[in-house]
Design a protein around this ligand. Structure first.
Ligand SMILES: Nc1ncnc2c1ncn2[C@@H]1O[C@H](COP(=O)(O)OP(=O)(O)O)[C@@H](O)[C@H]1O
Ligand SMILES: [Mg+2]
Length: 422
């Protein structure tokens, strides 16, 4: 019997999740909360706070959904999956104690070390003198991280010791990150290209997804400020699914075993952030959810039933499960508000989404939009994620940029070098 699924969240990642679930044969209906104008075209939306565990459990029970898929990290860390479990509602996403693998960088490092997964050296401390000593021990470049969730702003990489000490003082003395920065992790710097791999986990077993390469900086040539992500492409030459399967035994299974041994088995999407060092891959961090915008590039390539795989992970086992993948490539280009990642206006009218979406092999995913009367307007920093499929990365890239050319709003900013030269 086909299932009803509630997708929690309202960004581009949740739009593509809802879209891919709608296309899954095992899924009857997709509901989103709070959703956005994009997900509203796929099914009903419900305006609740996704980080309120009681509100989420109440809604899921009232709708009688078979499965809840949690998009962002904040609801996971807030204990939404625990509240659903208390009502016997299956959820794809870890319980709060397992989501600490993203919510606390010190916890993540402790798990990596206990699991014997490769990572750099690190010292976790809330003491200024101990932090200063760790800086001297590891040497430059200095890596200073707030332990808790800091909206992507909690990491400082410094070439000078003074600057690194200042970063320590920002967190521990001046309280710049509040409670999230009352503990710090001082790390060894890992040198090499950054990669990420996503695994669908059932507590012990994992099914890896085809990797994507993302672009974090605001401007072409990886210049400008760090953002949530300006684009992505897949497949990544030299880092395709068949080339990363050793990471199942090197990283995923030992980490899942460690979490299970601690009584908090991890069901959900485990995102491993890695650096390809000359000594092999080393873990940088874990996230407890799908990456955005990599997911907008990855999911459109799935040939099989994503809904069935997420159901198996949430309720049973993914051992032996496999997703089929289309041979085609995908490129995602993010259209952002002028000024992002700094301050930017909202409520700016958006034109051309329908024309772009009407192009063959193009999907337009809503990230930060809302409807005002009958108009679509901007409502966030990252506004739309435009994905195109093609026979090659180059062909997908051309189609993605052709689509973004049809979309306009005042101040629109995009990178022009996503997937260039691949
Ligand atoms: N130990 C490290 N060595 C080198 N670069 C690092 C290190 N830790 C973090 N970085 C850089 O900082 C970025 C953000 O760090 P990360 O741990 O992923 O935190 P978050 O994504 O939660 O802000 C990484 O993507 C990487 O570019
Ligand atoms: Mg990161």
């Amino acid at each position: 019997m086909a299932r009803d699924v509630l997708v929690l969240g309202g960004g581009g990642r949740e739009h593509v999740l809802a879209w891919a679930l709608t296309r899954s044969p095992s899924v009857a209906k997709v509901v989103t909360a709070p959703g956005n104008p994009g997900t509203a075209e796929l099914g009903p939306t419900h305006a609740i706070d996704p980080t309120d565990p009681d509100a989420v459990a109440e809604l899921a029970a009232r709708l009688g959904v078979d499965l809840v898929v949690v998009g962002p990290e904040a609801p996971l860390v807030a204990g939404v999956v625990d509240a659903l479990a208390a009502r016997d509602i299956p959820a794809f996403g870890p319980v709060a104690d397992a989501a600490r693998i993203e919510g606390s960088k010190a916890f993540a490092k402790a798990i990596m070390e206990a699991a014997g997964a490769p990572t750099g050296g690190a010292v976790a401390t809330g003491d200024r003198d101990a932090a200063y000593a760790a800086l001297e021990r590891f040497g430059p470049p200095y890596v200073v991280k707030a332990d808790g969730l800091a909206a992507g702003k909690g990491v400082r990489i410094c070439t000078e010791l003074d600057e690194a000490r200042d970063a320590v003082d920002d967190a521990l003395v001046r309280g710049l990150f509040g409670a999230a920065g009352s503990q710090l992790v001082i790390e060894e710097f890992l040198d090499g290209p950054e990669r990420s791999v996503f695994g669908v986990c059932d507590g012990t077993e994992v099914v890896l997804l085809e990797p994507a390469q993302d672009y974090k900086r605001a401007l072409d040539g990886d210049a400008g400020l760090n953002t949530g992500g300006m684009g992505a492409y897949t497949p990544v030459p030299g880092f395709t699914l068949s080339e990363v399967d050793h990471l199942e035994d090197l990283v995923f299974r030992p980490v899942l075993q460690e979490l299970a041994d601690r009584g908090t088995p991890y069901r959900g999407l485990l995102y491993a952030g890695l650096v390809e060092t000359t000594a092999g891959p080393k873990l940088l961090e874990f996230n407890a959810r799908f990456g955005d915008p990599e997911t907008q590039a990855i999911l459109p390539r799935i040939g099989g039933d994503l809904g069935e795989l997420l159901w198996q992970a949430a309720t049973g086992s993914v051992a032996g499960a496999e997703l089929s993948w289309q041979q085609r490539a995908a490129v995602t280009v993010v259209l952002a508000s002028g000024g992002y990642p700094g301050s930017y206006p909202t409520g700016v009218p958006i034109h051309g989404v329908e024309a772009a979406a009407a192009l063959p092999d193009v999907e337009v995913f809503h990230a930060g939009t809302r409807r005002e009367d009958d108009r679509l307007v901007t409502a966030g920093g990252r506004v739309l994620a435009v994905t195109a499929l093609g026979a090659t990365v180059a062909a997908a890239r051309e189609q993605a940029y052709e689509a973004t050319d049809l979309i306009g709003f005042d101040g629109v900013h995009r990178r022009s070098d996503i997937a260039a030269g691949v």
